[in-house]
Design a binder for this molecule. Structure first.
Ligand code: HEC
Length: 147
């Protein structure tokens, strides 16, 4: 069951991967999750840009849905023991696995809420986007080491 989920997850992440120059030294699952995180960061940046420019607000839905899809795979790209350099993942992840899962789920929920927000309401979009971004930092503060 876990293996099947992991295989699906790999496909999904590869299918959405954009060329990346940032992780030349990372390999395997560490690279996979860095790429997935980078994807989410790009989407998140596009969302904030649209909100601050008040342009193409309708495109936010697709970016938020893409983040939700990636978020649902986060738990599959952190197998126990995947602490190979240059990872910034903290060992605390595997000591607090259900909390980590909860934080991944919080992102998924918040990105789905953003996708469901009325694109004609910039103030509501701003609030939903801020709530989503907070779930990114919540997890990073607990489980990602500083560079
Ligand atoms: C459930 C926890 C969790 C959530 C939620 C999460 N991240 Fe991460 N993120 C991590 C961890 C852990 C790492 C370090 C991964 C590694 O180095 O192996 C990371 C790394 C990153 C990186 C660096 C990737 C690299 O190139 O090394 C970026 C950028 C990033 N996250 C963006 C985001 C954004 C944007 C969101 C929200 C849309 C988000 N993350 C949500 C846990 C999370």
């Amino acid at each position: 069951m876990r293996i099947a989920a992991r295989a699906l997850c790999t496909l999904a992440v590869v299918a959405t991967a954009l060329p990346s120059v940032a992780h030349d030294h990372a390999t395997g699952v560490v690279k996979e999750r860095m790429d997935a995180m980078t994807q989410m960061a790009r989407r998140n940046k596009a969302i904030s840009q649209h909100i601050s420019d008040k342009r193409e607000l309708a495109s936010i839905k697709a970016d938020a849905e893409a983040i939700a899809a990636l978020a649902s795979h986060i738990v599959h790209v952190f197998p126990a023991g995947s602490t190979q350099p240059p990872t910034q993942a903290r060992g605390a992840i595997w000591q607090n696995w259900s909390d980590f899962e909860g934080k991944a789920r919080a992102l998924e929920t918040a990105s789905r809420a953003l996708a469901a927000t009325n694109p004609g309401d910039p103030a509501a979009l701003r609030i939903a986007a801020a709530a989503m971004t907070r779930t990114c930092s919540d997890c990073h503060e607990a489980y990602r080491t500083k560079k």
